[in-house]
Design a protein around this ligand. Structure first.
Ligand code: HEM
Length: 106
């Protein structure tokens, strides 16, 4: 028997996330605006087949984004309220929409 784990059902669980279908940092904040660990956030899976590269990926993402944010100011070309971050579906996976940014050295 084959078991296919479908992480998207866990990552979109309405009982675990305030707004599971939209990008909302409040999904990870408590009532005081402090970071709150959510056990349902398992993008690297869990158990025996958990991602072997999790700590490398987390380190890379941290270094990548902190380096960019320390060195540049990022500005959208349109008012932020006009941006729609809803992921695009291609029938198999969802992908982030394309954005154009102005990248200004600090
Ligand atoms: C943001 C980046 C990444 C995400 C979200 C991610 C996510 C995942 C997920 C969900 C699985 C489990 C797939 C399953 O259910 O079988 C997995 C497996 C795996 N990942 Fe990643 N991964 C990332 C980056 C990396 C990197 C950087 C490496 C290595 C340098 C890596 C190496 C692996 C390996 C070897 C497995 C297979 C583990 C096994 O089946 O025993 N991943 N990853």
């Amino acid at each position: 028997m084959e078991v296919w784990p479908v992480l998207s059902t866990v990552l979109h669980d309405p009982t675990m996330f305030k707004s599971p279908s939209v990008f909302n940092p409040e999904n990870f904040l408590d009532e005081n605006g402090c970071f709150k660990k959510n056990d349902a956030f398992v993008p690297f899976s869990s158990g025996k087949r958990i991602c072997l590269g999790e700590s490398l990926a987390r380190m890379e993402l941290f270094l990548f984004f902190t380096t960019i944010l320390q060195s540049f100011q990022l500005k959208p070309l349109v008012p932020p309220e006009d941006l729609d971050p809803t992921p695009l579906e291609n029938g198999f996976i969802t992908v982030a929409p394309v954005y154009h940014l102005s990248v200004i050295p600090r």
